[in-house]
Write a protein that binds this ligand. Structure first.
Ligand code: NDP
Length: 303
């Protein structure tokens, strides 16, 4: 392996320790305990798991969390009423609406309603708009892209002047990651499903942020030697035995699955200068940055 591994688990723990210390300090000074409201609509197992991880992180770091589970058929009006109540509640410093919402709900309207000072996910059009404008600063940066940039900086990767390629242009990862890299003075190319000759675009990249949700799509020979590769992808693939057959889980009778990223790690680690693993790379950073944003929300609301 030639690449230096960027250990997201260790870096996320460092961020969490710093947040925990600052929370304890502010409570000792008599300031309010930071509070995060989580809103979960419906019973998607993945969304429920993410929300419970966020609540657990709050408890570990000395923050309060207020959970609001809503039925899958909740009306737009009821959801909007809840957001208005949370906006007005002084114990709630951050509001997180777990995405995706069921199709009958207007996600854009819901996110627009969250007060900019409590928008700890950074998805409100006001925060994203500020991220896109020169000379303006968002109050909060979306957690996953924020985590990607944090990892690059911790690894000592030079961002200013670098050619950066972001794979994916979603509102929650690709687009804000591209905007953040521009703010950090990289020259940025955004690759999406209509891009021609993706390998040729990537071969010019000093920094790659891959967020497309396509298992191991980025091959080793697409990567410029020495490049920094941040793999956001989380994809489940079957575990195969030595003959290439799926391994069956004895308990469930279903094929065993493992998580892989959007980058072929085994190939990429022989070419890249820096690389994040999956799992243990960007994933842990997302929750750590949410905790940092929630503390920041409490600090903003002290004023
Ligand atoms: P979306 O599905 O919202 O967006 C995927 C993007 O990738 C789109 O812009 C799409 O292009 C592009 N894309 C899809 N297929 C291709 C292709 N074959 N070639 C080029 N571009 C392609 O995904 P998300 O941004 O929500 O998530 C991306 C990945 O990151 C997923 O694996 C997800 O699980 C993971 N993730 C991880 C998080 C973490 O904490 N580590 C947090 C959030 C997401 P187009 O716009 O043209 O459709």
């Amino acid at each position: 392996m030639t690449a230096q591994l960027i250990d997201g688990t260790a870096i996320a723990q460092k961020v969490r320790n710093e947040v925990k210390e600052k929370v304890a300090k502010r409570i000792a000074e008599g300031k309010p305990q930071p509070g995060l409201a989580t809103v979960l609509v419906g019973d998607r197992i993945d969304s429920a798991t993410y929300v419970s991880m966020k609540q657990k992180a709050c408890a570990e770091l000395g923050m309060t969390s207020f959970h609001h589970p809503l039925p899958a058929d909740v009306s737009q009006e009821e959801l909007e009423d809840l957001i208005r109540k949370l906006n007005a509640d002084p114990k709630v410093h951050g509001i997180l609406v777990q995405l995706p919402l069921p199709a009958h709900l207007d996600e854009e309207r819901v996110l627009s309603l969250i007060s900019i000072e409590k928008d700890v996910d950074g998805f409100s059009p006001l925060n994203l708009g500020r991220l896109a404008q020169k000379g303006r600063e968002p109050l909060f940066v979306p957690c996953t892209p924020y985590g990607c940039i944090y990892l690059l900086k911790e690894a000592g990767v030079q961002i200013a002047g670098a050619n950066a390629v972001v794979l994916g242009r979603s509102n929650i990862v690709g687009m804000p990651a591209a905007l953040l890299l521009i703010k950090e003075n990289a020259t940025v190319t955004v690759v999406h499903s209509k891009t021609k000759d993706i390998p040729a675009v990537l071969r010019n990249a000093d920094i790659i942020i891959a967020a497309i949700g396509r298992a191991q799509m980025v091959r080793g020979d697409w990567i410029k030697p020495g490049a920094a590769v941040i793999d956001v992808g989380i994809n489940g693939v079957p575990v195969l035995d030595a003959n290439g057959n799926p391994v069956i889980n004895e308990k469930t009778g279903k094929p065993k699955q493992k998580l892989v990223g959007d980058v072929n790690f085994e190939e990429a680690k022989e070419v890249a200068g820096f690389i994040t693993p999956v799992p243990g790379g960007v994933g842990p950073m997302t929750i750590a940055m949410l905790m940092a944003n929630t503390l920041r929300a409490a600090e903003i609301q002290d004023k």
